[in-house]
Design a protein around this ligand. Structure first.
Ligand SMILES: [Zn+2]
Ligand SMILES: [Zn+2]
Length: 622
């Protein structure tokens, strides 16, 4: 806080926490060592989560006033706000009680109480919560080492907590409780069910209002709702949770996205491969996914005494293709691409529409290159992202660049200091040169190399994690992948894992919200609806449809005996981008009357002119 003040009063007002040598800490905690310092504000993920975790403590303080004797489980920050699991001792609480809790929180926040951090001995910690009769906190303390225990205190509330926290409650200006749910203590259904209360807070009232509006809009654009209305995908109980069935309209969207990916990747020098959906246990032991990743994989099936796993990632299969023939430096970079189907075990409680699924189709590719080629390969991958962002009108995006921590080489990270430094420097350079907005996060790289998580925002301002790019210097040695370098010596390639369009599931889920179902023509399941004014004009309408179908335009005719006004309204609801109205005048002149979804009448033209026009639109991904 003193450092922030020495920079400016404005910064001191905005700063929420500090990152000291990669660790997020309270602003009031002294810095006793030489340190790399990053001051965190509301614009930083860790700034927000410190704010929300502090808000969870504030809510707990309010609950203790309103519900004396309440006991507390855990109360972390989450993606959008925070929650606290509480045991109200038989008392019931509902959304109707939210206003009173919010009011009490606002009152307590206004007291500007400091969050005070205290080191406590295990004995003292146990004594405090025994006095309070909170068996949940006692259980947590019993699992902790003496000497590592801290309390945080604000106002009259004391919590067992590692922190970090805000300096005081003052910045918490706008408060909203959002939901209530049951939650088993420690996520175990044999334990007692607690009450989970969710909330969100902001430094400004205006931010809360914007957030509530965004939620309202997001509800209207809910991908599950639009996906069902437009017959894009369904889930079926006999197939299983988290495994979407793509209806014909969804099938078309998948085809179009794959066509886009294939065209783009062809131009960028990728080769396409195809691999099976299962593999033997030995391959995943080799890759290291087993045993470490076993929890996220479906359990094995046994055939002829051998265990097989559904593939959770395509990488090992691709490595085998790299390794199938001797490679020389002249073969590199080798870029192997596949829209690969993967299966991941997610707990049923974690599944959510298309966003969290158990079967997924990934826009995957692995680039095998030399150290010298790495920079230009990485740059090309980034350019591909930017190209896609432009096509889909994604204006806001951030690349979250996770790097290693040198003191943890050989422990948390592969012990290859030079390669870490070299690749991280190159990634950083590419990000800066291409003017891509990015944040650098120390000490969050993967075990085997730096990574970039790509965050995108939908048009209504909701954040999505689209994909991850990873640099990998671990897998080549596990799989013994080598190529002959110019001196005819064996050398290991570097691998880049990349998936710019993420998975079909998540990306189409995103697109449903982003476009609210009003897809651009190239992506629309149905591109043109021909609306004859009466039955008399159906033969001419069919004639027009043949022309469009010959040009590969997805077209239907509304042959119903309905008024044209109703036909137009019904087509608008289905979000078909183009309507061609056909009546006496059109037939006589050999033309069509064009209507654009949401824009209305666009005048008349010949069917051939319309074909030229719509083909141009599709070609340009509009
Ligand atoms: Zn806490
Ligand atoms: Zn991979």
């Amino acid at each position: 806080m003193d450092i922030a003040k020495s920079i400016s009063e404005g910064l001191a007002r905005k700063v929420l926490a500090a990152k000291v040598n990669g660790e997020v800490r309270d602003l009031l905690r002294p810095i006793n060592e030489d340190a790399t310092l990053h001051l965190l504000t509301w614009d930083d993920k860790e700034g927000k989560s410190t704010f929300w975790h502090s808000s969870a403590h504030l809510m707990a303080e309010a609950l203790e006033v309103l519900y004396p004797g309440v006991k507390f489980g855990i109360g972390p920050a989450v993606d959008n706000g925070y929650y606290y699991d509480v045991d109200l001792g038989g008392r019931q609480i509902s959304q109707e009680d939210f206003a009173a809790i919010e009011k009490k929180m606002a009152e307590l926040a206004g007291k500007n109480s400091t969050y005070v951090r205290k080191d406590v001995s295990k004995a003292d910690a146990l004594k405090y919560f025994t006095g309070k009769g909170d068996e949940y906190k006692l259980e947590l303390i019993n699992d902790l080492q003496d000497g590592s225990i801290t309390f945080y205190e604000q106002g009259n509330f004391v919590d067992l907590c590692r922190g970090p926290h805000l300096a005081s409650t003052a910045p918490i200006k706008a408060i909203k409780l959002t939901n209530i749910a049951g939650a088993y203590w420690r996520g175990d259904s044999s334990n007692k069910q607690m009450t989970r209360i969710y909330g969100i807070t902001f430094p400004k009232q205006k931010d809360l209002e914007e957030y509530m509006n965004m939620l309202e809009e997001a509800k209207k654009r809910d991908h599950r709702k639009i996906g069902k209305e437009m017959e894009i995908f369904i889930f079926d109980d006999d197939v299983g949770q988290g495994m979407p069935l793509w209806m014909p309209n969804g099938g078309i969207m998948i085809e179009e996205l794959e066509k886009l990916a294939k065209t783009t990747e062809d131009k960028a020098g990728y080769s396409r491969v195809k691999t099976p959906h299962i593999a033997k246990e030995s391959m995943y032991l080799k890759s290291g996914h087993l045993p470490y990743y076993a929890d996220s994989m479906f359990p094995p099936m046994e055939i002829e005494g051998t265990k097989y796993y559904l593939k959770a990632m395509n990488c090992p299969h691709h490595h085998k293709i790299f390794d199938a023939v001797p490679r020389s430096y002249k073969d590199l970079p080798l870029r192997l691409a596949e829209y690969g189907m993967c299966y991941r075990y997610e707990q049923s409680g974690e599944l959510f529409g298309l966003m969290r699924v158990r079967s997924l189709q990934m826009n995957d590719a692995h680039i095998y290159c030399t150290e010298e080629q790495f920079e230009s390969e990485f740059k090309a991958v980034n350019e591909m992202y930017l190209k896609y962002f432009k096509i889909f009108g994604i204006d806001k995006y951030v690349m979250r660049f996770s790097t290693h921590e040198p003191s943890k080489l050989g422990k948390k990270y592969l012990d290859m200091p030079e390669l870490w430094k070299k690749t991280e420097d190159m990634v950083r350079k590419v990000l800066i040169d291409s003017k891509i907005p990015y944040v650098e996060v120390a000490d969050e790289a993967a075990f085997y190399g730096p990574k970039i998580d790509v965050q995108i925002w939908s048009v209504i301002g909701r954040e999505f994690t689209l994909a991850t790019n990873q640099v990998d210097f671990g897998q080549p040695s596990r799989f013994g992948l080598t190529f002959k370098n110019e001196k005819n010596e064996d050398e290991q390639p570097i691998i880049i894992h990349r998936a710019p369009l993420g998975t079909h599931e998540r990306f189409i889920g995103f697109l449903l919200e982003h476009y609210a179902g009003k897809f651009p023509t190239w992506l629309s399941p149905q591109q043109v609806a021909i609306l004859p004014i009466s039955e008399k004009f159906i033969p001419y309408a069919k004639n027009v449809m043949d022309k469009l179908k010959n040009a590969d335009i997805r077209t239907t005719i509304d042959e119903r005996n309905e008024k044209i006004g109703k036909k137009i309204r019904d087509t608008e609801i289905k979000h078909v981008p183009h309507m061609l109205v056909i009546g006496e005048k059109e037939e006589a002149s050999g033309q069509v009357s064009v209507r654009r979804q949401g824009e209305g009448d666009k005048g008349s033209m010949s069917a051939d002119e319309f074909v030229t026009f719509i083909k141009e639109e599709i070609k340009n991904y509009r």
